[in-house]
Design a protein around this ligand. Structure first.
Ligand code: MBD
Ligand code: FE
Length: 308
């Protein structure tokens, strides 16, 4: 027989006390959120007959997840970060905001403050020369009328040939494969970089441990992340996911969306001063107008090396 007590007045009063509602200090917003977490956790425990062993295993899991700084990875892998995009899309639809390049998740691996350059730059430090394929990534930033946006900031980051990111992979040089490019008078950005590989969760990490128990892999297709911003326009967080990757539509983080698939063309014509095979990836972005000043900026999510 299942015993249920979480709904009783006595328990509700107890959770309100635990959430700080019997004092007038602290944050009302946080109290409201914590009360809901306590109520929902209690219901989950009684509804699913969570055993003591299961409960304490979950507590231990959270400790291990934090020890490895994988909380941001787990929320991506469980599709919660994608859910936030779907929710924002639905809010936009209701508010009549539409058009432009689709948003998709930021993921947990952005680092603020990458080198700034005008119009064009090289993103890789040359350390994978010989093993990596050179990639010329370029495109333009437009508004919804098709007018090019000069002076837009294209803040982009991607993995190396092993699927790892500088800063989080301490073997890479500072800001390797991370740049901020200001678009030229034609709204154009150009980068010389290398073709990235897809990311895979650490097979011994707590996120993959959970995914294994869900019968799931922890792989992402090769991709490039972008923050695009321009005065008067709405900040865009998005990615290009590369066509032809076996994980393109089987992304453990659910970031691939229609309109965000990039076609890589491989050439071997000696043009662009590269000996041998190189890649080209062209991708344009379209920004919505900003409805207020806050819409021009990225969210205040905590990030690595946030600028002052
Ligand atoms: C990544 O590179 C990434 O983009 C996401 C969303 C999750 C883990 C690694
Ligand atoms: Fe990524």
């Amino acid at each position: 027989m299942t015993v249920k007590i979480a709904h009783t007045a006595e328990l509700q009063a107890f959770f309100e006390e635990a959430a700080g509602f019997s004092n007038d200090l602290g944050s009302t917003r946080l109290k409201t959120i914590v009360l809901r977490v306590l109520q929902d956790a209690a219901r989950l425990i009684e509804d699913l007959d969570i055993t003591d062993a299961e409960f304490w295993k979950a507590v231990d899991y959270l400790n291990r997840l934090g020890d490895r700084s994988e909380a941001g990875l787990l929320v991506a892998g469980l599709g919660i970060e994608h859910f936030l995009d779907l929710l924002q899309d639905a809010k936009d639809a209701q508010a009549g905001l539409s058009g432009g390049t689709p948003r998709t998740i930021e993921g947990p691996l952005y680092v603020a403050g990458a080198p700034l350059c005008e119009g064009t730059c090289r993103m890789d430090d040359g350390s994978e020369e010989g093993s990596a394929t050179v990639m010329f990534l370029e495109g333009r930033v437009f508004d919804l009328h098709g007018e090019p946006l000069a002076g837009a900031t294209v803040d982009l980051w991607h993995a190396n040939t092993r699927g790892t990111y500088s800063f989080f992979d301490p073997s890479q040089s500072e800001f390797n494969l991370r740049r901020r490019i200001v678009t030229d008078a034609q709204g154009r950005y150009r980068a010389r970089s290398i073709v990235p590989s897809g990311y895979g969760c650490d097979p011994r990490g707590p996120t993959q441990e959970c995914l294994n128990l869900l019968g799931r892999h922890g792989q992402r297709p090769a991709h490039v992340h972008f923050f695009i911003s321009a005065p008067g326009h709405r900040h865009l967080t998005t990615q290009i996911n590369l066509a032809g990757d076996r994980y393109l539509w089987d992304d453990f983080a659910y970031a691939t969306r229609e309109g965000l698939v990039g076609e890589v063309t491989f050439r071997e014509d000696g043009a662009r001063g590269v000996a041998g095979r190189y890649a080209e990836l062209n991708f344009d972005f379209r920004l919505q107008p900003a409805t207020d000043a806050a819409a021009e900026r990225r969210s205040a999510r905590p990030r690595a090396l946030q600028e002052a």
